[in-house]
Write a protein that binds this ligand. Structure first.
Ligand code: ATP
Ligand code: MG
Length: 342
């Protein structure tokens, strides 16, 4: 349980509805959310509007994954009676806040955001970049501030986005002369970013290098089997490299027996420890972690009405909160509002 948190904070996190969640989400964010929900007021946003910014060609996928991600939340232990799950597109105040905030950020600042730079490169965008994609950090600022969140448990890739949010908050507070919005703090786990099974810097739904939380035992075994380790560790007797070795990155993230991992590392460095021993260990740890999540997901998926009820209730609650924030901000800014009445 993360300890450096205020007695009761408002938490907002979310996930793009681009595919079922994976082990990167689990260590990067879900594990913290499950622990934090008991102490704090927690909102989880299914970011379907944000997902469209680079998936406008496939809205059906974005729509379908709203339910998939909800199943993942419930299966890992998010309790819908204490956490609120909202679909982004069901909260129009967030879109209105986004439009407003776009006036408080420059294109140059958006283009400098390191996370966006990485994502643009990964997607091969040039001048053809959808404007919505370049601006999604502004929408994310609307999401966080719309709920007046002060704590955001996210993976390390999200740091620049929280910083961007806080810059917008400071500009708005300066403009209104009041502390109308709070700044937010990221809560980053020790393992800030889980690499993909292909060794790339980040496991990601869009990169095809993920182990989903719905993976079968065989899929997990295959994925671990295909992982590259130290290319110079050719014979079991050769000394091996631990740093940057993806199997050890995963053991650090998922193996709770820290002492055993430390022993394995020194044995590997000395030589005499084969990759297959490590892979078998990692496979069984991941299978034991994922099996109950997968089973729970399968049984939850049978009751679609239950899922829809959760999303309806979350949308009603989320609309109330975000609408109130929007009105308060517009009033503080003195923004012109024409409501047609004289
Ligand atoms: P996409 O490829 O569609 O962007 P994604 O896999 O990057 O999907 P997001 O929905 O963008 O997932 O991220 C949701 C949350 O999960 C964020 O807080 C992010 O930091 C965290 N997260 C995603 N991937 C990882 C990872 N590999 N390691 C740690 N945290 C991660
Ligand atoms: Mg992402």
């Amino acid at each position: 349980m993360p300890s450096d948190t205020n007695p009761r904070s408002v938490i907002l996190t979310g996930d793009r509805t681009t595919g079922p969640l994976h082990l990167g989400h689990y260590v990067g964010s879900l594990r913290n959310r499950v622990a934090l929900q008991h102490e704090h007021e927690q909102y989880l946003l299914l970011a379907d509007t944000q997902a469209l910014t680079d998936n406008a060609h496939d809205p059906e996928k974005v729509q379908r994954n709203v339910v998939e991600v909800t199943l993942d939340y419930l299966a890992v232990g998010i309790d819908p009676t204490i956490s609120t799950i909202c679909v982004q597109s069901a909260l129009p105040a967030l879109a209105e806040l986004t439009l407003l905030y776009l006036n408080f950020v420059t294109v140059a600042r958006l283009e400098r955001n390191p996370t966006i730079k990485d994502e643009i490169q990964a997607r091969g965008f040039g001048r053809d970049i959808p404007a919505g994609f370049l601006c999604y950090p502004v929408a994310q600022a609307a999401d966080i501030t719309g709920f007046k969140a002060t704590l955001v448990p996210v993976g390390e890739d999200q740091m620049p986005l929280i910083e961007q949010t806080n810059q917008i908050v400071r500009r708005l507070n300066r403009q209104t002369g009041r502390l109308v919005l709070p700044e937010a703090r990221a809560l980053i786990p020790d393992i800030g970013r889980l690499p993909g099974v292909d060794g790339k810097a980040k496991m990601s739904k869009s990169q095809g290098n993920a182990i989903p939380l719905s993976a079968t035992d065989n899929e997990i075994e295959d994925a671990v089997h295909r992982m590259y380790t130290d290319p110079d560790h050719l014979r079991v007797s050769d000394p091996g490299q631990v740093e940057g070795n993806i199997i050890f990155v995963y053991l650090d993230a998922f193996d709770e027996d820290r002492e055993a991992v430390a022993d394995l590392k020194s044995h590997y460095r000395r030589g005499g420890l084969g990759d297959m021993v490590l892979k078998r260990r990692l496979t069984s740890i991941l299978q034991a972690l994922v099996a109950p999540i997968r089973e729970s997901r399968l049984s939850l998926a049978k009751d679609r009405d239950f899922i829809m009820d959760i999303l309806q209730a979350g949308a009603a609650r989320g609309r109330k909160i975000t609408e109130a924030t929007k009105l308060k901000l517009m009033e503080a800014l003195g923004t012109f509002r024409f409501d047609g009445e004289s």
